[in-house]
Design a binder for this molecule. Structure first.
Ligand code: ADP
Length: 193
């Protein structure tokens, strides 16, 4: 039963690593960004509400995001553990997650902080724009997403650091190499795949 978060700037490689860690630990990788994109694509009510924020590089309001995560974590596959990718991103979301876990008598095992410098993340995101055509991968929106991350999400790292949960990993290098680093970093604090 492993409960993990992966945190990092847009373009740090969270999604890629989350999939690989999910396989190693046998737990679902839950990406709020993927869930929102899925809803936008299917033109659900949630998707319609989220789209305007996402297209501008702003965060979807906490009220929508928190409800979504509460529902997702209540599903049966998440009872044996999970890896949250892209949540929590605000202080309000941290409080909500604390609340959800506490109500089940559970807690987080570790928070993986994936680091990458700004030039590298912008380069990756612009590359992905060409490959995947994501609506929020234009240069202007990327800049906004990085600002929002620095303002609202980077401070959460200090909070989790104070709880002794953060395992900081250099996100530069080959995908498999970064995964090995994360697995080694987690094993060093007693979180075994
Ligand atoms: P990235 O890794 O580039 O930040 P994500 O796929 O994680 O991309 O998220 C894409 C967009 O989805 C965000 O810019 C935001 O609009 C929305 N989103 C995802 N997760 C959250 C969240 N926890 N709170 C608010 N908005 C979110």
């Amino acid at each position: 039963m492993t409960r993990l978060l992966i945190i990092g700037a847009p373009g740090a490689g969270k999604g890629t690593q989350a999939e690989r860690l999910s396989a190693s630990f046998g737990i679902p990788a839950i990406s709020t960004g993927d869930i929102f994109r899925h809803n936008v694509k299917n033109e659900t009510e949630l998707g319609k509400q989220a789209k305007a924020f996402m297209d501008r590089g702003e965060y979807v309001p906490d009220s929508l995001t928190n409800d979504l995560v509460r529902d997702r974590l209540a599903q049966s596959d998440a009872q044996a553990g999970f890896l949250l990718d892209g949540y929590p991103r605000t202080l309000d979301q941290v409080n909500e997650l604390d609340d959800i876990l506490a109500s089940h008598g559970k807690s987080l095992d570790a928070v993986v902080l994936l680091t990458a410098d700004t030039d590298e993340v912008v380069r990756r995101l612009l590359g992905r724009a060409i490959e995947q055509g994501r609506a929020d991968d234009t240069e202007e929106v990327i800049r906004r997403r990085l600002e929002v991350y620095a303002e609202q999400t980077a401070p959460l790292v200090d909070l989790y650091q104070a709880r002794g949960l953060v395992v900081a990993i250099d996100g530069l290098g080959e995908v498999a190499e970064v995964t090995d680093r994360i697995l080694a970093g987690l094993a060093a604090v007693g979180v075994q795949a």
